[in-house]
Design a protein around this ligand. Structure first.
Ligand code: SIN
Ligand code: FE2
Length: 212
């Protein structure tokens, strides 16, 4: 049982409905990384193309009933991996449980994700400011888990031009946003060089969503 002081130290409110929980995933780091390896064996990382024809610098794969994909036809969720034609690998129970536990801790009771996007950042890659809006129901929050090298997370508002704050996300940190901040713009600045003892010269991000 955590005491009030450690609670205050580890949770940081970003906006109404949005919270950064420092170190929330640390206790399970080995099992989480193992689960990711298993997913990647079945559905390797790949660089997808934006509808406008640009190759994304961040490599991606998915697990769960639905996976987020992008190609010249647009952004969407697909029940199959377009590269293999097979369903995405099942969401490993350890990942599902982590996402649900994080959502609960953040005050979102009934979150049950059916999609987990796995992002792989190499040094100098980034994710431009965007909204997560390809899901059917915005009542469900987003749960985002950071692993490996640290990154600078931008978190703004409902409009692209709203002021943006920057937060350092470290290995094991979890951000949850929903409710009034569900559609807030966010992004990741270019990753700095570095070496993480477990993950190497990479950052991994898990983004859990209820897509359908
Ligand atoms: C995303 O918004 O899809 C990724 C965010 C992150 O890598 O932390
Ligand atoms: Fe996003």
């Amino acid at each position: 049982m955590k005491d009030l002081f450690s609670e205050l130290e580890t949770h940081e409110a970003l906006a109404d409905g949005a919270i950064l929980m420092h170190g929330f995933a640390l206790a399970d780091e080995a099992a989480i990384l193992h689960a990711i390896e298993q997913v990647v064996e079945a559905a390797p990382f790949r660089h997808m193309n934006t509808p406008g024809g640009f190759r994304m610098s961040v490599a991606m794969t998915n697990c769960g009933a639905f996976g987020w994909v992008t190609d010249r036809h647009g952004y969407r969720y697909s029940p199959v991996d377009p590269q293999s034609g097979d369903p995405w690998p099942q969401m490993p129970p350890i990942l599902q449980a982590l996402a649900e536990r994080a959502a609960q801790e953040a005050g979102y009771r009934d979150f049950s994700p059916d999609a987990c996007l796995i992002n792989r950042y190499e040094p100098s890659t980034k994710m431009s400011l965007h909204q997560d809006k390809d899901e059917q129901d915005f009542n469900n929050p987003i749960v985002s888990v950071s692993l490996g090298l640290p990154a600078s997370f931008q978190f703004g508002g409902l409009k692209r031009t709203d002021p943006v704050r920057k937060y350092a996300l470290h290995h094991g940190d979890v951000v949850v946003w929903g409710g009034p901040s569900r559609l807030f713009y966010h992004g990741i600045l270019a990753l700095k060089q570095g070496q993480h003892p477990l993950v190497g010269s990479l950052r991994l991000n898990l983004t859990f969503r209820k897509a359908v």
